[in-house]
Design a protein around this ligand. Structure first.
Ligand SMILES: Nc1nc2c(c(=O)[nH]1)N[C@H]1C(S)=C(S)[C@@H](COP(=O)(O)O)O[C@H]1N2
Ligand SMILES: [Mo]
Length: 532
């Protein structure tokens, strides 16, 4: 037990102090985040729907917690081994160091300094483990305790002449006093180790937070739009449906970043290169000089399940990417625009789509503010009509003209389709699945989307009755979701409500259920309602 705890304490000190060192070398060089990042990038591709399973915000915490628990179990075993097989324990710490350093060094753009947090941590772990195990070992069989016991028994023997006599009470008391003293010293050392781990870990996180770009972001002054979005009609909002504009703070977030990249606009640059006649590099200042437009665009994640909430609508401010691409002048055959984020993530978008005149934006603003850090500050791409994983690169720093035949972006080798047009879909927001209502008039409402095509019709079906047309809310543009509502005369009993949408191309969303991988979920959303 003591030996095991010594191992865990040594690991905690290693991880905590590594966090502190990582303040200087970057958050992703700390062993837990580095290893977590490797796990994110190498989860086996066939795992169904794993985009959501791994990348929801809470799953990131779960991943780090899981990594920490595994490490604790490992450290416990190393501690136990350390008592009799010190060299094996050393090898165990060595393995921790190798895994941590290898993970940190293979992160995108990592320099050699990325090895530092793990190395410092592992070095300290050796010292702490050695010290704690020595304190722990004293108990029971340790030499000083033996001496007290033997001496006392010998004294008793001479006094009584019997070899079988138990130790005298006095000797027994001093043994247990000794044990208590050793136990106290061990616990104290353990507490100090724990304290060092927590204090350095927390300080590391806080200091990392202070190095964040929060301040730079608050100082950004966004330019006015040359063309603002057409004013929203009050009629875009159907009563009971999700708010038409998703506030930044609860806009869905999906990415592979365990710590959101901190990109300072002062040093930000975008490089447009590859199969182009005119490679371009622009800075933040230059970007802000370009004509900016404002557009409502609804983003959707390919991992969104039928009825899911990985979809959000915002007012984006940005410069049309088409104009920049025209200036770069792509070579014939460059059918793929590879967007690359500062953390190495990539997505591939058809060049033709980015140049076909739709409002594909290199965006700097979201709902009237600079982009939130989680949503790509300072610059990201927003493309109406395509799932985020093939179009909406956050923290973008590079655009490389290429060919689909020559390059697979991040998600493609992981089992997702190269092309990702958004499927026409719809969702019931009210009543919620499992809700109860009184008989009589019940408002059914929700959203439907077919970005860049537009929604022409939404229908609702009660149980196995006929499909009835819902009332469509006002349209903002073909690039946003559209709200709908349906007045339902509900009779008592359990009912199933279904919804389906038809886009302006006359395509009705398919009833065939498909899971998100490889190119988006399909099927009709339904809810059960109890009418009493
Ligand atoms: N750099 C980077 N950009 C990224 C991703 C990512 O993992 N890394 N994920 C994409 C995916 S899958 C989606 S759905 C959208 C989500 O954008 P949001 O988090 O702002 O909603 O971002 C896209 N851009
Ligand atoms: Mo996504």
């Amino acid at each position: 037990m003591r030996a095991g705890l010594s191992g865990v304490a040594a690991a905690a000190v290693a991880v905590g102090v590594a966090e502190l060192v990582a303040v200087l070398t970057g958050p992703l060089s700390a062993p837990l985040l580095a290893v977590g990042g490797v796990v994110v990038d190498h989860v086996p591709p066939p795992v169904k729907d794993f985009g959501v399973a791994v990348f929801g915000v809470h799953d990131k915490t779960a991943l780090i917690t899981g990594t920490a628990i595994l490490l604790a179990v490992y450290a416990y075993a190393v501690g136990v081994l350390a008592v009799r097989h010190w060299r094996i324990a050393l090898a165990g710490i060595g393995l921790f160091a190798v895994v941590g350093v290898a993970s940190a060094l293979t992160r995108h753009d990592a320099g050699l300094v990325a090895a530092l947090p793990t190395l410092v941590g592992a070095g300290l772990a050796v010292v702490v483990l050695r010290y704690l195990v020595e304190l722990a070992e004293v108990r029971g069989a340790g030499p000083p305790a033996e001496r007290v016991l033997v001496g006392a028994s010998a004294g008793a023997r001479t006094a009584t002449g019997s070899a079988d006599d138990p130790p005298t009470p006095r000797a027994g008391a001093s043994t247990s006093a000794y044990r208590m003293e050793s136990r106290r010293r061990f616990l104290k050392a353990l507490g100090i180790a724990g304290g060092v781990a927590v204090v350095s870990g927390v300080a590391g996180r806080l200091l990392t937070g202070r190095r964040a770009v929060t301040k730079a972001r608050s100082e950004v002054v966004l330019p006015a739009a040359r063309q603002s979005a057409p004013p929203l009609s009050a009629g875009v909002q159907a009563p009971g449906a999700t708010p038409f504009i998703s506030p930044n703070r609860n806009f869905y977030r999906i990415d592979t970043a365990l710590y959101p990249p901190q990109v300072d606009p002062a040093t930000w640059q975008l490089k447009i290169h590859g199969m182009v006649r005119n490679p371009i590099t622009i800075t933040w200042e230059q970007l802000l000089q370009r004509p900016m437009i404002e557009r409502y665009v609804t983003l959707t994640c390919v991992s969104n399940e039928v009825g899911g909430d990985l979809i959000g609508n915002a007012l984006w401010l940005g410069t049309p990417i088409k104009e920049l691409l025209d200036e770069a002048d792509p070579l014939p055959g460059a059918d793929q625009v590879v967007q690359r984020s500062v953390d190495g993530w990539t997505c591939g978008t058809p060049t033709s789509i980015l140049r076909d005149g739709r409002d594909a934006l290199l965006a700097v603003g979201m709902n009237g503010e600079a982009l939130p850090v989680d949503h790509g500050f300072p610059v990201r791409m927003v493309v109406p009509g395509l799932y985020g994983y093939v179009s909406a690169c956050k923290w973008i720093t590079e655009i490389e003209l290429s060919r689909f035949a020559d390059f697979d972006a991040y998600w493609v080798p992981r089992g997702w389709a190269q092309q990702g047009p958004i499927k026409t879909e719809s969702r019931i927001d009210t009543p919620r699945d499992g809700a109860s209502r009184s008989a009589g008039l019940v408002t059914v409402a929700g959203v439907a989307w077919a970005q860049h095509k537009g929604i022409a019709k939404v229908e609702v079906q009660v149980d196995d009755g006929p499909w009835a047309e819902a009332t469509l809310a006002a349209v903002a543009s073909a690039d946003t979701w559209r709200q709908w509502s349906y007045p339902w005369q509900a009779s008592e009993g359990e009912h199933t409500l279904r919804v389906r949408a038809t886009d302006t191309f006359g395509q009705t969303q398919t009833s065939t259920p498909a899971s998100p991988a490889p190119d988006g979920a399909s099927g009709w959303h339904s809810v059960q309602v109890n009418v009493g």
